[in-house]
Design a binder for this molecule. Structure first.
Ligand code: CA
Length: 716
């Protein structure tokens, strides 16, 4: 392949004239042509064309680039490119790969403009990478304090950037929104979007709408009040902020919507924060000038712990707000009075569909709660919902008139424990889905028969120093045995007909977790999995056409674009997230490892040699600690409460250090590490506010006992 054309620093009057004509006539210039014109001195390389509102609105015709999270404002993740298609896919090979220097989860969508990839890695680090060669043009590390990891439920991930008017926008784990210069990676402005007294975080991508940069936040597992903020893209000045749950009534409500929402809450919810965070998926319809987003769970998870029953608006809901003001236009609550962590933050996909003989502008979500929702995006009217996986136990169906779920009697027993499906990970989570207008199908990773114990902790009290889910880790009743006897979960790539609300086909995975999805005019669906395989399927029937081993589990969605007229596919591979950190054994043969970015094209034949990861020998206790069985048992409960959501269920780790293999040096410093923060710079915070020294020692005894269990093979 030829060398990347150099960047053109300036524009001549002639080039400006030609460029103006091209812009006015809305001709989208393929990058190769634009850069050829550059060589001829007629027009600046198209890299100098601004990404403005018109260009974003016409992104569907800009097939060579991937300018927004879901490529176009409707978030369909459909590419009209078809050099790589069902006939040629067999020749698809690796052009290059680049290690990203992390073993944490990679969930981001790279954006692409004129052969440059803009992407986020773990710890909110941003890279600009040459798409043809894999050479890094610049990197910006916002230096997130590593101890923030304690207040992040689901790994130190980031799902991507926004591009607009020469800038790259992204959120950081500690709540900043930063604008960088697209060419240099130097910061232009930075604002704190969160109150520092609460454990907010940002893992989602910003959305640009009409000169504003919109960003949400996370933290409903800990205790925050959810909101979306809009900032002036040029200056970083706050334009509006819309809360998703009401605040303290004594302070006055910000809007009529908040005043009405307060009628659906009881007790003193505002002291905990309420929840309802917008941690993912802000989308925009420029024609209707409406912004849409989903909201997360209430705090605590459990209805019985939040006081008398109520719908708790607007948690677990989809909201539409006016782009200029943030004023609520409509809302639809997916799971009223949520009791099972059924965030409604999954990706929102817009399409124009004919339903019942009538053209409808719809917005769609394959929700965590197992139902696929189709709403009228102009009005919020409920059109339909269908169960997209088998084995949903929390509801028997959805009322066809109101869209309100019909809860199963077994799904809620006040403060008593219950088992329900889907589990908090959902039948579908943040992983982006895609819509192919040719097949009329939505493609998504679905999880079947996930089951979860929900045991509200009768002693739960809000504690700002830790998570506030409200689960009783000390529950030791019969439902633990019931749970163990239930069928293991499965995962599949699902092709869903949103008009008929039924599956067109299902392609089962060998693991539970599938990644975000890309679909193309080549009749393809491209998607990775937790076992590290990137696969291409025929969009019309789900036949597997091509596979590549990326060396570590994939969560992120692929993108496709042109460089000098050649179609490329890029994806990040990096296993983590809540499933990777928790590392439950029923997820199948997941592949933690070193994160990387990989780029493919037809005829390319580069070889991938992933560096080794993990342990090849069974663990052995590094020291001897005389501990009673009661101490080990207490240590296991304390481990479950404090450690397992990062270091793995039963102390079997995914991306983080596997503590069964802790060295003599680590054990000798154990108290220092756990209570004094000796490894805080690496992301292991101090637990001195939560644990006493003898409790830390009990955890150590439990880890040593796990290290001495010979039956467990490495990596399991
Ligand atoms: Ca949640």
């Amino acid at each position: 392949m030829s060398q990347q054309p150099p960047l053109t620093p300036g524009r001549t009057p002639v080039s400006q004239f030609v460029e103006n004509i091209l812009m006015r006539t809305s001709i989208i210039v393929p990058s190769a042509l634009a850069c050829l014109l550059t060589v001829l001195g007629l027009v600046a390389c198209s890299r100098t064309r601004p990404i403005d509102d018109d260009r974003l609105k016409s992104a569907d015709r800009d097939a060579g680039n991937w300018l927004m999270y879901g490529r176009t404002y409707d978030d369909q993740r459909f590419s009209p490119l078809n050099q790589i298609n069902e006939q040629t896919i067999g020749k698809l090979g690796l052009v290059w790969s680049r290690e990203l220097g992390t073993t944490r989860g990679l969930e981001g969508t790279p954006l692409v403009e004129d052969g440059v990839l803009y992407l986020t890695s773990a710890w909110s680090v941003v890279h600009a990478i040459d798409a043809k060669t894999g050479v890094v043009r610049w990197t910006y590390d916002p230096s997130v304090p590593r101890s923030r990891a304690f207040f992040i439920c689901c790994d130190v991930v980031n799902r991507g950037v926004a591009l607009y008017q020469g800038k790259v926008y992204f959120g950081t784990l500690d709540g900043r929104l930063i604008a960088l210069d697209m060419r240099t990676g130097k910061p232009v402005w930075s604002v704190d979007t969160v109150e520092k007294t609460r454990p907010y975080a940002i893992t989602g991508y910003p959305r640009v709408a009409k000169g504003l940069v919109l960003i949400g936040n996370a933290g409903a597992e800990f205790g925050v009040r959810g909101y979306v903020s809009a900032y002036d893209a040029e200056t970083g000045k706050l334009a509006w902020r819309t809360y998703t749950v009401p605040g303290d009534p004594a302070a006055g409500f910000e809007s009529k919507a908040m005043e009405q929402a307060a009628q659906t809450w009881h007790g003193e919810w505002w002291t905990v924060g309420g929840g309802g965070t917008v941690w993912e998926g802000i989308v925009y319809d420029p024609a209707l000038d409406l912004v849409y987003f989903g909201t997360g769970n209430a705090t605590a998870w459990y209805r019985a712990l939040r006081g008398p029953e109520g719908d708790n608006l607007y948690v677990a809901s989809i909201l539409a707000v006016h782009a200029s003001t943030g004023e609520v236009a409509w809302h639809f609550q997916i799971t009223p009075g949520d009791n099972w962590d059924y965030d409604a933050t999954q990706p929102l996909l817009q399409a124009d569909l004919t339903i019942g003989g009538r053209p409808r502008k719809v917005i769609m979500q394959a929700s965590k709660n197992g139902f696929f929702y189709v709403l009228d995006r102009a009005t919020g009217e409920f059109i339909s919902a269908g169960p997209f996986v088998k084995g949903i136990s929390w509801a028997t169906g959805i009322d066809p008139k109101t869209g309100r779920p019909i809860e199963s009697p077994s799904a809620y027993a006040g403060a008593q424990p219950v088992i329900v499906s889907p589990a908090p990970g959902g039948a579908h989570n943040w992983n982006p889905m895609a819509f192919n207008p040719t097949t009329g199908l939505v493609y998504l990773p679905a999880k079947v028969a996930t089951q979860s114990l929900h045991a509200p902790d009768p002693n739960w009290k809000y504690n700002p120093k830790r998570d506030n889910v409200g689960f009783d880790e000390r529950y030791d009743g019969p439902l633990n045995d019931t749970l163990k006897k239930l069928p293991a979960p499965t995962g599949e790539l699902l092709a869903w007909d949103p008009v008929q609300q039924r599956a067109a086909w299902r392609a089962p995975y060998p693991v539970v977790e599938g990644a975000g999805v890309l679909t193309t005019a080549g009749n393809l669906v491209v998607q990775g999995r937790a076992d590290g395989v990137l696969a291409a399927y025929r969009a019309s029937d789900g036949k597997v056409l091509w596979e590549f081993d990326a060396g570590t589990g994939i969560m992120a969605p692929p993108v496709t674009y042109l460089v000098d007229g050649v179609q490329f596919v890029t994806v990040m591979a990096g296993w983590g997230g809540p499933d990777g950190l928790f590392n439950a054994p029923d997820l199948g043969k997941v592949r933690p490892g070193h994160g990387r970015i990989l780029t493919f094209a037809l005829g390319a034949k580069a070889k991938l040699t992933p560096p080794p990861f993990g342990h090849s020998e069974p663990p052995k206790p590094a020291i001897t600690l005389n501990a009673t069985p009661q101490t080990v048992k207490e240590g296991s409960i304390l481990y479950s409460t404090n450690c397992q959501y990062c270091h793995g269920m039963d102390a079997v780790a995914g991306p983080l250090p596997d503590l069964r293999y802790a060295t003599k040096e680590v054990h000798e410093q154990f108290i220092n590490i756990v209570l004094e923060g000796a490894r805080a710079p690496l992301g292991m915070p101090s637990f001195k506010d939560l644990l006493q020294a003898e409790q830390a020692t009990a955890i150590q005894a439990y880890l040593l006992s796990r290290a001495s269990e010979p039956a467990k093979p490495p990596g399991n």
